[in-house]
Design a protein around this ligand. Structure first.
Ligand code: NOJ
Length: 760
């Protein structure tokens, strides 16, 4: 094969960045973004004969070509993987997909090269569109804190709309890994610790990206990743091994993947980790038996970056050829960047060491998606520069970003109604993140144009207008030990009525390859808090981070705490909405916040154990720590409001459930405060005695409701047998007769109503 370097024109285009300026709106009125008017591609049934006919014309090399995916702009991965002969390979039909090439101009240019190949099979352009494309939305973990499935779906839809208008066909999202270890930097990319909530969010995100059916030009293929159990990486260390029981795998880690598959997710990505000794990439059980077998999944599986080749250092394959054979046999259809399929599969097949039928199956799966996207009918369907310009400057997208950002913020503490800030006020805005922009976008940003990010300073100053005065002092950096800025911070505090302190992590402290052993506030930020607290002024702490942090002193002493995560482009405005009470906070934690790293891994799904702690302090020979309570700092589902809610009137349509029946559970919730607010009403169940010990609580349903002051709403939940079921020791999904404790509350540690329910 001849080696060609990048065409200089192409290279120039690849490097050119031209983000359009977006208008801002202050009012947050979310309209559904427009649907595309482009004609839909042919119905799925008509595609199979076309796929078969095309496959029949393909040479072995061309078939393998469809299985290769390469990066066009090497932003991640080792330099040794970089390709210089890419264009040549594309023209020869040896590439099925590109990642990290974006924008109509660039993708069109490269697509044109693919169309010079013998069979003119179009490329799939893929990208990590994780929380927005041009418009940066809050990080996925933040959005999960909104518990607002419609807002989450809209966020994915806007991202898809912008990406699709920029020539992208496929995003590597959603990440649906359940994460219970905040040391693992990738918790920022998921939906938190809970399987039920995570499954609903997985579905919402898939539907947001793809629409009801693939093929619209404002939708892109989604990818459920990382299959599977990546979130359980030992000790929270990135790319580490995973060792979980089969029961945990089925009970906790697989359901969000199943939910994504059921929602029609076009692709899956496997993962870097081993699962009980076998690399996920070479794992037949996961990919062939479960995904493509039991679940009858019709889409295709892409490897993670280089993960086929990584089976060699794992000690699971002798060399790339062995790894490629094992990956194909296990059901990995596309090779992202390891170059193993491209360089070895043909020889393996010719030598009878790899199965042609498996190759054909992988090719069919990939071609099917290209047909479904309509690329064979028009390879440039996603290549309209006018549309790109128009969609990327749609002001409605900023409105949606602000809407979900403020819904994502969690009010953790609010003593003496410190918040909302009353006007007129003198505000000392302090902290290394108060004027930050890039950090608010978080990691996994496609177009990190900081000019588009609204800082807290800008958001607050704008909102404060003439009614309040904002005095800024940085105080310190996020990292480092300089206290030189403390004096100015104290001065600002002393001249003000209230301090708003913005601390947390910089954008590159959580995300891929950002595991931390110490998840406390970095640098001298905590000391800055103590110094400000010592002034006697009320201190409102705003925490911005990509993971749950440990901040015990702040948790004990701050007057109010807002967990704002990394809130995205509209973060500053959204925070102003919350701090000034224009929006009453409604976020609830999707992850448990530990008191210390020593409690990790941690989730609200604790076991009672044979020796439960029954009275505080009574820990001798009990399942406890001698240096810390078992309880977390903040429980899953926790989140306060500027109003209060009264729960009442729990009623079950019947106390006993028999086969085939469902019980209706009703309760009322009243807004007993002075302002309108939203509440996430959470329903938990505990199976009291079962053939395997069950957790003390499992979230089984929730409703997010909005109530005016004094208003009461009656809520109805349905409990059927499925809600009582679990995987038993034989991995059967069963609901066992017996008693269940039913709990309804405002958080997993704030249960307001309880009842017993019996399954006959
Ligand atoms: C590696 C990450 O694990 C994966 O989530 C991502 O989609 C790929 N790199 C591509 O960037």
């Amino acid at each position: 094969m001849r080696v060609l370097r990048y065409h200089p024109l192409l290279l120039g285009l690849l490097l050119a960045a031209g983000p359009a300026a977006l208008a801002q709106k202050t009012k947050v009125k979310v309209k559904k973004t427009a649907a595309s008017a482009a004609p839909a591609p042919a119905p799925a049934a008509d595609l199979e004969p076309r796929i078969t006919a095309l496959l029949g014309q393909m040479t072995l090399e061309e078939k393998i070509g469809q299985l290769n995916q390469y990066s066009g702009r090497e932003v991640t991965g080792p330099a040794s993987n970089r390709k210089t002969d890419l264009l040549n390979s594309i023209r020869a039909g040896q590439v099925g997909s590109m990642l990290n090439v974006k924008g109509v101009a660039d993708t069109r240019l490269i697509q044109a090269e693919a169309l010079k190949s013998r069979l003119k099979i179009p490329l799939l352009f893929s990208l990590d569109v994780i929380h927005g494309y041009q418009t940066v939305f809050p990080i996925p973990l933040a959005e999960a804190a909104s518990w607002d499935l419609a807002a989450i779906r809209e966020s994915a839809h806007v991202a898809a709309r912008e990406a699709a208008a920029s020539g992208i066909h496929w995003t590597f999202a959603p990440m649906v890994d359940v994460g219970r270890d905040p040391r693992w930097g990738r918790v920022m990319e998921g939906a938190g610790e809970d399987t039920y909530l995570g499954s609903l969010i997985a579905k919402a995100r898939v539907l947001g990206f793809q629409g009801e059916k693939l093929g619209g030009t404002d939708a892109i293929m989604a990818c459920a990743k990382h299959f599977a159990a990546y979130g359980a990486a030992i000790a929270g260390r990135e790319y580490n091994a995973v060792d979980v029981s089969e029961q945990q795998l089925w009970q906790t880690y697989l359901p969000p993947f199943k939910a994504a598959a059921d929602a029609g997710v076009a692709t899956f990505m496997n993962s870097f980790n081993t699962l009980n000794g076998v690399p996920a990439t070479g794992n037949r059980y996961l990919q062939r038996d479960i995904l493509k077998g039991q679940w009858q999944y019709p889409g295709f599986v892409v490897s993670d970056w280089g993960s086929i080749g990584e089976m060699v250092p794992w000690g699971y394959a002798t060399d790339k050829a062995d790894a490629a054979r094992k990956a194909l046999a296990a059901g990995s259809d596309m090779d992202m960047e390891s170059d193993s399929y491209h360089t070895t599969l043909a020889q393996s097949i010719q030598a009878g060491k790899a199965d042609m039928a498996l190759l054909d199956d992988a090719v069919r799966r990939i071609l099917r998606k290209k047909f479904e996207l309509g690329l064979f009918d028009d390879p440039y369907r996603f290549s309209d520069e006018k549309r790109e310009k128009q969609v990327l400057s749609d002001p409605q997208h900023r409105v949606a970003a602000r809407d979900v950002a403020r819904k994502s913020m969690v009010l953790l503490r609010n003593d003496n109604a410190t918040l909302p800030l009353a006007a007129p006020r003198r505000i000392a805005l302090v902290g290394p993140l108060a004027k930050a922009k890039r950090d608010l976008a978080g990691s996994w940003v496609v177009l990190a144009d900081t000019a588009q990010i609204t800082s807290v300073y800008e958001g607050l100053s704008k909102r404060a207008g003439k009614t309040a005065q904002v005095r800024y002092a940085k105080g310190c950096e996020v990292q480092g030990d300089s206290r030189a800025g403390f004096a100015a911070a104290v001065e600002a505090a002393q001249a003000s009525d209230v301090v708003v302190l913005c601390v947390g992590e910089t954008w590159d402290m959580s995300g891929e390859s950002k595991s931390r052993t110490d998840i406390g506030l970095p640098g001298v930020q905590n000391e800055l808090f103590q110094t400000l607290k010592a002034t006697g002024k009320p201190v409102v702490v705003v925490l911005m981070a990509g993971r749950p942090l440990v901040f015990n002193q702040i948790a004990d002493q701050a007057d109010a705490i807002v967990y704002a995560w990394w809130p995205g482009a509209e973060g500053g405005n959204a925070l102003a909405d919350v701090l000034f009470g224009d929006y009453n906070p409604s976020g609830k934690l999707p992850s448990t916040f530990p008191r210390s790293v020593g409690q990790i891994p941690i989730s609200y799904q604790l076991y009672n154990t044979g020796r439960p702690v029954t009275k505080p302090g009574d820990i001798r020979y009990k399942s406890a720590y001698i240096d810390s309570p078992n309880t977390p700092r903040y429980a899953f589902g926790h989140g306060l409001s500027y109003t209060s809610f009264k729960y009442d009137g729990l009623r079950l349509s019947q106390p006993t459930l028999t086969a085939g029946q469902a019980v209706q559970v009703q309760c009322t919730v009243t807004n007993t405060g002075k302002v309108a607010g939203e509440e996430v009403v959470q329903l938990y169940l505990r199976d009291l005695v079962a053939s395997v010990a069950r957790p003390l609580k499992e979230l089984k349903d929730f409703q997010k409701i909005s109530l005016k002051p004094g208003e009461t709403k009656t809520l109805t939940f349905t409990i059927d047998k499925d809600k009582l079921a679990f995987y038993n020791a034989k991995l059967e999904w069963v609901a066992e007769p017996g008693d269940f404790q039913l709990m309804i509350g405002s958080a997993s540690d704030d249960i307001r109503l309880e009842s017993k329910l019996t399954l006959q």
